[in-house]
Design a protein around this ligand. Structure first.
Ligand code: ADP
Ligand code: MG
Length: 242
């Protein structure tokens, strides 16, 4: 079967610096892929090339068979992808409900009534239905991130991209957000996740992709990666974080 995400020979430079070098990666529909690697290894850059938040300068990225590039196809790619950011990036002047409803109103041309009804359902799904009328700053970090996830889901994406979704949270709130993500994994939606939560990565991933210095150094099953990697760099990374 054609992979949902297909990256071939992808390169990205910032000035003289190679942030991504010759990256090849296929992600199957429904698969959960976790990107691990030291800070600066290119994880965010890779994930951002999938929805063209970052423009790659060599190789090809395809999402659902559509090449990810500037132009009229980009909307089709963006309609298939939702992204959850480390810093939540909620709209402070909109209620929680309207943060979730806005995308479908703008992009899918739903009425506000229809979009809000759907948003309520999604807020229930992430466990914060009772927060709907509040504003983002009135919520805890964990609750705000759950709004971020509901907002991504509102677009009914085939792909969810998570870039360190719990890194900005106080430790006691990490679990509630990881639980929501675990609940979504293997529900049919395809996920590419960057996280520093190793236990979670091992539990949720179908495959672990280990990056260093802009390159994919290893792709393996989580149990193999965490117990038996033969890659020296991956071993050193695990020794440092576990
Ligand atoms: P990671 O997410 O693994 O920490 P990134 O993908 O954010 O790594 O960054 C990879 C490298 O590219 C880093 O060295 C970073 O400093 C550099 N980089 C990322 N974005 C930019 C940018 N907009 N301009 C210049 N350098 C950047
Ligand atoms: Mg990053």
């Amino acid at each position: 079967m054609e992979p949902l995400i297909r990256m071939r020979g992808v390169g990205k430079r910032f000035g003289q610096f190679d942030a991504l070098k010759n990256v090849d990666l296929d992600v199957a529909a429904g698969e959960v892929v976790v990107l691990l690697g030291p800070s600066g290894s290119g994880k965010s850059t890779l994930i951002r090339c999938i929805n063209h938040l970052e423009e790659y300068d060599s190789g090809d990225v395809f999402v659902g068979g559509i090449r990810v590039e500037r132009g009229r196809n980009l909307l089709k790619v963006r309609q298939q992808t939702g992204m959850v950011f480390q810093a939540f990036n909620l709209f402070p002047n909109l209620s929680v409900l309207d943060n979730v409803a806005l995308g479908p109103v703008r992009v899918k041309k739903l009425s506000w009534d229809a979009a809000r009804e759907k948003a309520r359902t999604l807020l229930g799904r992430v466990g914060i239905a009772e927060q709907a009328e509040k504003f983002p700053t009135q919520l805890s970090g964990g609750q705000q991130q759950r709004v971020g996830i509901a907002r991504a889901l509102a677009m009914e994406p085939r792909i969810l991209l998570f870039d360190e979704p719990t890194s900005a949270l106080d430790p006691e709130m990490v679990g509630e957000v990881l639980d929501v993500i675990k609940g979504l994994a293997h529900s049919g939606v395809t996920m590419v996740l960057v996280t520093h939560e190793m236990g979670f990565a091992r539990q949720v991933a179908d495959r672990i992709v280990f990056m260093e210095a802009g390159e994919i150094k290893e792709i393996s099953q989580p149990d193999v990666f965490f117990t038996a990697t033969t890659n020296e760099r991956a071993r050193a990374f695990l020794d440092a974080v576990l």
